[in-house]
Every structure is written in structure tokens, then in C-alpha cells.
Design a protein around this ligand. Structure first.
Ligand SMILES: O=P(O)(O)OC[C@H]1O[C@](O)(COP(=O)(O)O)[C@@H](O)[C@@H]1O
Ligand SMILES: [Mg+2]
Ligand SMILES: [Mg+2]
Length: 331
């Protein structure tokens, strides 16, 4: 009988990768695993009355919150609050960071930031969506209440990052700075099992992923790059294939496996782009770099960007090394 390695076993085994190894990060990652299994169950029911559709509320980004955004957010927060390893969390769906007050949580050495449900516009149409998470060691003193500075750290300070994609299968992909590994949820045993060890993105790809509906609002360099992707030139593997799901997690995951480039740049409508650096771009940049790809704003490495706000947006270009380098020559 072939032995499957479950995510929990893998996390415990990889604990020795950490200088601080006390089991706290292991337990925090396992809290996220539990929350994502429950979110997966709810996502699979998306379509039933009490899950489908929007709430009356708007989040700080001015987006109408979907019911599943709020359900996923509450599940992530309660998993981390009860786990006690995170002393505070920040989430796309909460205007401000949530600082846990319990004595247990104040002893926590980590803060976690997350996008509880990524790809909200795809919830009601049964298209792949996801959850994205990022973990930092706190800067504030253990035992005291955490503060905003604990979250405004550069992406290069992350100790772990990952995402879950709820698609034809449910997969969790994560890194702790020692490579990228992917796990597929086996519903028959309710466990994430190692299915994609040591993931690496191809240096060259054939897929470009950008919302071309924004073409009129894009800076000239991006318009020229889109035109470049469509030229019929076999010698340079073109024309590329256009693929855009509209869920960052799903577009990223496809490119990670097949090679490709994902672009959400600044536009005349959104001068800093749309995607948020703390809980979307930084965690995906950590994974992309660990998989051998590039993650840039077009001007600098995403993980070197200074953070000044919790919901700060940043232009985002990520993918296969040679494709991103070629794309940057248009800017
Ligand atoms: O509809 P647009 O403008 O192309 O934006 C799609 C992008 O917005 C997002 O849906 C934003 O994330 P949320 O769904 O978590 O708000 C990304 O997943 C996706 O890449
Ligand atoms: Mg998102
Ligand atoms: Mg979201």
C-alpha cells in the first residue's frame, strides 16, 4: 500500500527547518488547515440559499461583502483566536486589525493576515475561488497587546505563506521559505495529502493572464505587452494563450503548474492597482519566488515594498522568470 503523507505530518516533519522551532508555527498552520477544511465544506454548498449572494454590508475597500466572504472570515478568525498562537489577525473583510485580548493569545508569537475568500465575484457562478494567508513573527513584546506595526512588515519578513484553492479539487499550497509544496484534500479521509512536492514554475510559459477589459485604462507599456502576446511568431512560442479566471488564487495556481504570467497593474482608474499587498500580493510573491519565479510591482520586488496601511494596494506582475523579464522591457 503506497503511503500518503498528510499535511499535518509534513508540517511536523518540516518543523526542524525553523531556528525557533517550538511547535507554535506548526500549531498555527494546523489551525489554518482546520479552518480551510470547514470553509471548503461551505464553499461546496455555495448555491444553497443561506450561502449564496451578497450581504448588505460593504468592506473598507468599498466592495459589497458576499455571504461567503463573511462566513470564511469568521471561520478563520475563530480558528486563530481559539488556537492561541496568533496574537492578532488582519483580514480583507475587517477595516482594522483584530488584536486578541486573552492571556493565551497575548503570549502568541505570530500575527496572521488573510484574504478569507479570494475571487468573490466568482462565488455565485461556481468558478474556482480561494483563501490566502500570510504569517509574520510579531515585533511587539510577547505578553502585551499586539499593534499595527506587527502587520506593516515587508513581505520579505514573512515566515510562512500559502493559499487554498477550492476548485475541481481542493488544494493547499504553502511555503515557509524552504520550497513550495502542494497538498490535495482527500474527501474520503478528510486529510490534505502531499500531491505536488517541491513545486517549481517553468522559466518560460505560454499563458498570459490579465483582465483585458481594462485595456483602455492601462499604461502604454502593458497595452504593448498584450499586443506582443498576440503576435503569431512560433520561434518565440507566440501567440500566447489568454487565460483569466478572475480569482487571483486560481489564475496564480494555473500559472504555477503550467508556466505563465499574471498581471494586475496600475490603471488610470486604480493608480496602485487593485490587489492588496498584505494578504494577496506578499503571500503569493513569497510562493512565486520560492518556486523560482519573479514577483514585481513593475518597479521593484513586491516583497521589498514598504507598508504604510493595512489595506494598501500594489501593482502586481508575477510568473515565469523569462516571461516577467520580457514583460518588464515594455515598461
Ligand atoms: O474583476 P477584476 O477587476 O479583473 O478583478 C479580479 C481580481 O479581484 C479579486 O477578485 C480580488 O480579490 P477578492 O475577491 O478577495 O476581493 C482577485 O481575486 C482577482 O484577481
Ligand atoms: Mg482577494
Ligand atoms: Mg477576498
Amino acid at each position: 500500500m503506497s503511503t500518503v503523507k498528510t499535511l499535518s505530518e509534513f508540517i511536523i516533519e518540516r518543523q526542524e527547518d525553523f531556528p525557533y522551532a517550538t511547535g507554535e508555527l506548526t500549531r498555527l498552520l494546523n489551525d489554518i488547515v482546520i479552518a480551510s477544511k470547514i470553509i471548503n465544506r461551505e464553499v461546496n454548498k455555495a448555491g444553497l440559499v443561506n450561502i449564496i449572494g451578497a450581504t448588505e454590508n460593504e468592506n473598507i475597500q468599498g466592495e459589497t461583502q458576499q455571504k461567503l466572504d463573511v462566513i470564511a472570515d469568521n471561520l478563520m478568525i475563530s480558528a486563530m483566536r481559539s488556537g492561541g498562537e496568533a496574537c492578532a489577525i488582519a483580514s480583507e473583510e475587517n477595516d482594522h486589525a483584530v488584536f486578541f485580548d486573552s492571556v493565551l493569545s497575548k503570549q502568541g508569537n505570530y500575527v496572521a493576515a488573510f484574504d478569507p475568500l479570494d475571487g468573490s465575484s466568482n462565488i455565485d457562478v461556481n468558478v474556482s475561488i480561494g483563501t490566502i494567508f500570510s504569517i509574520f513573527r510579531r515585533k511587539s513584546k510577547v505578553g502585551e497587546k499586539a499593534n499595527l506595526e506587527d502587520f506593516l512588515q515587508k513581505g520579505s519578513e514573512q515566515v510562512a505563506a500559502g493559499y487554498v484553492v477550492y476548485g475541481s479539487s481542493t488544494m493547499l499550497v504553502y511555503t515557509t521559505g524552504n520550497g513550495v509544496n502542494g497538498f490535495t484534500l482527500d474527501p474520503s479521509i478528510g486529510e490534505f495529502c502531499l500531491s505536488h512536492p517541491n513545486m517549481k514554475i517553468k522559466e518560460d510559459g505560454k499563458i498570459y493572464s490579465i483582465n483585458e477589459g481594462n485595456y483602455p485604462f492601462l499604461p502604454e507599456g502593458f497595452q504593448k505587452y498584450i499586443d506582443y502576446c498576440k503576435v503569431d511568431d512560433k520561434a518565440t512560442n507566440r501567440p500566447y494563450s489568454a487565460r483569466y479566471i478572475g480569482s487571483m488564487v486560481a489564475d496564480f495556481h494555473r500559472n504555477l503548474i503550467k508556466g505563465g504570467i499574471f498581471i494586475y497593474p496600475e490603471t488610470t482608474k486604480a493608480p496602485n492597482g487593485k490587489l492588496r499587498i498584505l494578504y494577496e500580493c506578499n503571500p503569493m510573491a513569497f510562493i512565486m519566488e520560492q518556486a523560482g519565479g519573479i514577483a514585481t510591482t513593475g518597479k521593484q520586488r513586491i516583497m521589498d515594498v514598504e507598508l504604510t496601511e493595512l489595506h494598501q494596494r500594489v501593482p502586481c506582475i508575477m510568473g515565469s522568470k523569462n516571461m516577467v523579464e520580457k514583460m518588464l522591457t515594455f515598461l
